[in-house]
Design a binder for this molecule. Structure first.
Ligand code: TEU
Ligand code: CA
Length: 591
């Protein structure tokens, strides 16, 4: 009896403590609620191009599993896997046929489970790609939907009658362009209507206005979360709610259709429902690919009081200078890039969280786009860019191969490319006679998505060690003999080993995660100098964005104190206002 009373009292005491702990507001760090995904470094894997395990020339899941020790040694915490689902590959997996099945070329569900177990065993996490703006036209929902106007799945997609031209011919319902050239509508003779596809003809857009569509999406999300994935990168998520009434775009809107397609009238409602019904029940992270979303609009998706997403990718930096966000890159300046990061720091407050990235599977290689990939400066400029990504404000996202300083591929002709975006653009622009072939290829080779999709360069062997076969699905960059992971692992001054040191520094330095950001010299044409400050702790980062050496004096008599990292080997220069910077030199100081 006595014992029982004691037990009861103990239980009450415990519960009181537990309840009190629950009721306690979280300990904030510099006003931010601490979260594992704020402290993480994320590494993106494009499975087709990472590592082939069976010699068929296509990267696969067992290939990724065989490289987990490499990723653990790099120090990344989260792996984002580009789509690994069953797909006819019209857009390399971004056209999903079955959300609960692994792409046969990549392996089996058992292979996926082994990969996930291996990731967890190494104290990393896995997020997967949620592609639910559209499916493949081979998805059973679409097969049913197009079969008749009265099929129960008809309303899973967006069908409209066409318009009739004055000459009697058929016209699409409106003038929406597809991201992959041509109209965003395709006529389907079977039911005499058009379906909407913002991307390829084989990627019909789901109709999120239908509550059954939302239930299906939430259910597939639970399927993968229950398996143990830690969240999602959400493909073109601001596009799921379509513009009210879908009127024609004006000539002005046609210059950048994403701005009109994104953030439709029901987006908030859909995301809050997704959060309430799915995400809030798991310890997960979400990052939305927020095409068409401005910095100022970002809090409307990520403010933690809204219960929608944790973070988004904003494209202002990665697409700097590119016409309409998608076209060829014109000129851009460092002050413009710096102004973007300052705008982020101003617009995103303590309830928001940011991301930092300058590359992914849709963009050219980091060092080729933002550094100098010539033999003389590839290494320091790649290191400088990694320094920037890993010390700016927000969760950093690294793309496979950038930790080696992999470069753009020397593309020349159409047959060098795989990407549907390039093939369709060629038909629309060159085959139609609108753009001369040489002009098209000169621009395309610099921005093509396939630049990022050539196979990972693992060693100096045939096909860069990517495959034991002789036919990789996309050609290996000819520089793989000298530029590869094995060579870099053996070189203490390689981009790879430097990136490892950077990630390790970030992992132990909360100022790089939660610290305030200040640009010290916004107008300087080639130097990016900024501080990250957390209470008494301050770090200074100085980067020479130029292939010329420079004597640089810090503004306002500020002194650089103790150097903790430098992308050039050699003696440190500290406790001084005047810095003798090498081309593409990047330094981190503890102040
Ligand atoms: O990309 C959407 C996107 O941001 C576009 O910029 C796209 O890269 C560009 O229009 C292509 O020319 C996402 C995926 O990241 C991309 O790989 C897919 O192709 C696309 O959605 C469709 O799912
Ligand atoms: Ca394979």
């Amino acid at each position: 009896m006595r014992q029982k009373l004691f037990d009861t009292l103990l239980l009450i005491a415990f519960s009181t403590v537990a309840v009190a702990a629950l009721a306690q507001p979280p300990q904030l760090i510099n006003g931010y609620e601490p979260k594992w995904w704020k402290e993480a470094v994320v590494y993106q894997i494009y499975p087709r191009s990472f590592k082939d395990s069976n010699g068929d020339g296509i990267g696969d899941i067992p290939g990724i599993t065989s490289k987990l020790d490499y990723l653990q040694k790099l120090g990344v915490n989260v792996i984002w896997l580009s789509p690994h689902f069953d797909s006819p590959n019209a857009d390399n997996g971004y056209d999903i046929r079955d959300y609960r099945k692994v792409m046969a070329e990549f392996g089996s569900m058992a292979d996926f489970d082994t990969l996930l177990a291996g990731i967890k065993q190494r104290h990393m996490r896995l997020i997967i790609d949620l592609v639910v703006n559209h499916t493949s036209d081979e998805h059973q929902w679409f097969v049913a939907s197009r079969s008749s106007r009265t099929n129960p799945y008809r309303d899973f997609y967006i069908w409209r009658p066409g318009r009739t031209a004055p000459d009697g011919s058929k016209l699409p319902p409106n003038n929406y362009p597809s991201y992959f050239s041509g109209s965003a509508w395709t006529y389907d003779a079977k039911t005499d209507e058009y379906y909407l596809h913002y991307f390829a003809v084989k990627q019909p857009d789901l109709n999120w206005a239908n509550p059954k569509v939302r239930e299906e999406v939430f259910s597939l999300m639970r399927f993968w979360l229950d398996k143990g994935v830690s969240g999602f990168r959400m493909d073109v998520i601001p596009l799921i709610s379509k513009p009210a009434g879908m009127p024609d775009l004006t000539p002005e809107q046609l210059k950048n259709p994403s701005n009109t397609f994104a953030n439709g009238p029901h987006l908030t409602e859909y995301l809050q429902q997704m959060n309430r019904e799915v995400l809030s029940h798991y310890d997960d992270m979400t990052v939305g690919e927020a095409i068409g979303t401005t910095v100022a609009q970002t809090p409307s998706l990520v403010d933690d009081r809204r219960h929608e997403l944790n973070m988004i990718f904003n494209f202002d930096a990665v697409r700097i200078g590119r016409q309409g966000g998608e076209g060829p890159r014109g000129s851009w300046t460092l002050p413009e890039l710096k102004a973007i990061y300052t705008a982020h720091a101003q617009e995103l407050g303590k309830h928001d969280w940011d991301t930092v990235f300058l590359s992914n599977h849709d963009n050219p290689r980091l060092v080729s786009a933002f550094g100098d990939d010539s033999a003389a400066f590839r290494v320091p400029s790649a290191k400088l860019l990694e320094t920037m990504i890993l010390t700016l404000r927000g969760t950093p996202f690294l793309y496979q191969g950038d930790e080696l300083g992999m470069t753009n591929y020397p593309f020349h002709q159409l047959s060098d490319y795989d990407d549907i975006a390039v093939k369709n653009a060629y038909q629309a622009q060159v085959a139609s006679g609108k753009v001369p072939a040489d002009v098209f290829f000169a621009a395309t080779s610099k921005i093509a998505r396939d630049n990022a999709r050539t196979p990972m360069q693992w060693d100096a062997g045939p096909e860069g060690g990517f495959t034991s076969g002789t036919h990789p699905w996309l050609a290996v960059n000819p520089n793989s003999k000298s530029l590869n992971a094995a060579a870099e692992a053996a070189d203490p001054d390689s981009v790879l080993n430097y990136t490892r040191r950077l990630i390790a520094l970030r992992a132990t330095t909360k100022a790089f995660v939660y610290g305030d950001y200040q640009d010290l010299d916004p107008q300087h044409p080639t130097v990016f100098a900024y501080t990250r400050t957390l209470g008494p702790e301050q770090y200074l980062v100085v980067e020479n964005f130029s292939s010329k050496p420079l004597v640089y004096t810090l503004p306002n008599n500020r002194k650089a104190a103790q150097q903790v990292l430098d992308d050039y080997p050699g003696p440190a220069e500290g406790n001084t206002s005047t810095l003798h910077l090498q081309p593409w030199e990047a330094r981190i100081y503890k102040q």
